[in-house]
Design a binder for this molecule. Structure first.
Ligand code: GDP
Length: 361
């Protein structure tokens, strides 16, 4: 049964996971023939706001159950959403394990950035040895055979595969399965819902674990259809903006940047990298203020459909970035300062995680 609001499968066992509704409420509403909404959509519809969560990563407990199954871990990270998918909380949980980081979706990165640069950038951010970082594209098969070879070369060939939702964990497993002729089986002798992929010849075993949910990415504010729509499928779109003082740049309906100042006469240049279906639009602040509610979810996608900006609590941050820095808005994309310094106001929902970092490009 699906939620009438967001389309997610209804479940009654874990309120940390989307689609949750308490069992007694579900039973009552079914008996009364009432519309079935998950708790999140119910709150949104009747109280005009989402249930407030404090933690950025949820359902970590479900991962804990699997940790004893292998000493080695493959942690899948999405290069497009690096800071949304590389989470300190998960690393902390894995501190007794031997972790290899797979940086997936490298096919999305513009071709100006060579793989060694991506690798160096990722390594610097992860602060681990180069041998622990592997670049991959499960989609186009890049790096897959080399990675299978690497795994086979290890003495202990049992690996847990972990990652937050939508990093492409299933796609990575499929790619590795294809390459390594692994066969899928349920983990023997347990009731855990996990899939073990085993190759009898090489002794390589991959144990899939449940995708970990976050609640601080822009994608977490969207229904599944809209999430899929803005998920980048081909190389990221780069929008270049030379923003004069007091101009406002919308980056979807959720994020805006208003330029406050810069040094000398040369106004800052921003490169905004995102999926082709995310709208970037520059305007003046008066118009931005006046038209925002009208544009919300209609012209400025995402969201896809006007869910009303008053459902979100927005906050402003005053920032000063140098050229070579960028802001990563988790689940949405990057704002890269190509010419700076730039002083600006960043406005976005308070629940959304953002990070200032050294630019990848
Ligand atoms: P999971 O939730 O982590 O298991 O992720 P999925 O394997 O279901 O993938 C989530 C989305 O990412 C899907 O739309 C995939 O097509 C896409 N995806 C997965 N791997 C890649 C990749 O290497 N490159 C690109 N561009 N997209 C990918």
């Amino acid at each position: 049964m699906k939620c009438k609001g967001c389309g997610v499968e209804i479940q009654t066992f874990n309120d940390d996971v989307p689609g949750y509704i308490p069992a007694d409420v579900l039973e009552r509403r079914q008996k009364e023939g009432k519309e079935i909404l998950c708790q999140r959509c119910f709150h949104l519809k009747h109280y005009g706001k989402f249930k407030k969560e404090k933690k950025g990563v949820k359902s970590l407990d479900s991962l804990k159950k699997y940790l004893h199954l292998a000493k080695n871990v493959i942690y899948v990270i999405d290069i497009f959403d690096f800071d949304g998918t590389y989470r300190e909380e998960i690393v902390e949980l894995l501190k007794e394990h031997n972790v290899y980081y797979v940086i997936n979706k490298v096919d999305l990165v513009p071709k100006e950035v060579a793989p060694p640069e991506i690798k160096k950038w990722a390594r610097d951010r992860l602060k681990v040895q180069s041998t622990r970082v592997k670049l991959l594209s499960a989609k186009v098969g890049r790096g897959v055979s080399g990675f299978v070879k690497f795994l086979k070369s290890k003495k202990d060939r049992r690996f847990l595969v972990v990652g937050v939702t939508n990093v492409g964990k299933s796609s990575v497993l499929n790619a590795l399965t294809g390459e390594g002729q692994l066969t899928a089986s349920k983990y023997p002798g347990t009731t855990l819902e996990l899939v073990q992929l085993k190759n009898e010849d090489t002794g390589l075993t991959l144990i899939d674990t449940p995708g970990i949910f976050t609640n601080d990415r822009v994608t977490d504010l969207l229904d599944p259809w809209c999430q899929a729509k803005i998920m980048p499928q081909k190389k990221l779109t780069v929008t270049t903006i030379n923003a004069k003082k007091d101009r406002t740049v919308f980056f979807s309906s959720f994020v805006s940047i208003t330029v406050k100042g810069y040094k000398g006469r040369r106004s800052p240049i921003f490169h905004i990298l995102t999926s082709e279906n995310v709208v970037v639009h520059e305007t003046n602040p008066e118009k931005a203020e006046e038209r925002w509610s009208e544009w919300f979810g209609r012209f400025l996608v995402p969201p896809c459909g006007n869910s009303g900006f008053d459902n979100y609590k927005f906050e402003n941050h005053q920032l000063r970035l140098e050229a070579g820095q960028e802001i990563h808005i988790c689940g949405l994309g990057w704002v890269n300062v190509a010419r700076g310094p730039a002083e600006f106001t960043l406005k976005l929902p308070e629940s959304v995680k953002w990070v200032v970092r050294d630019a990848l490009i």
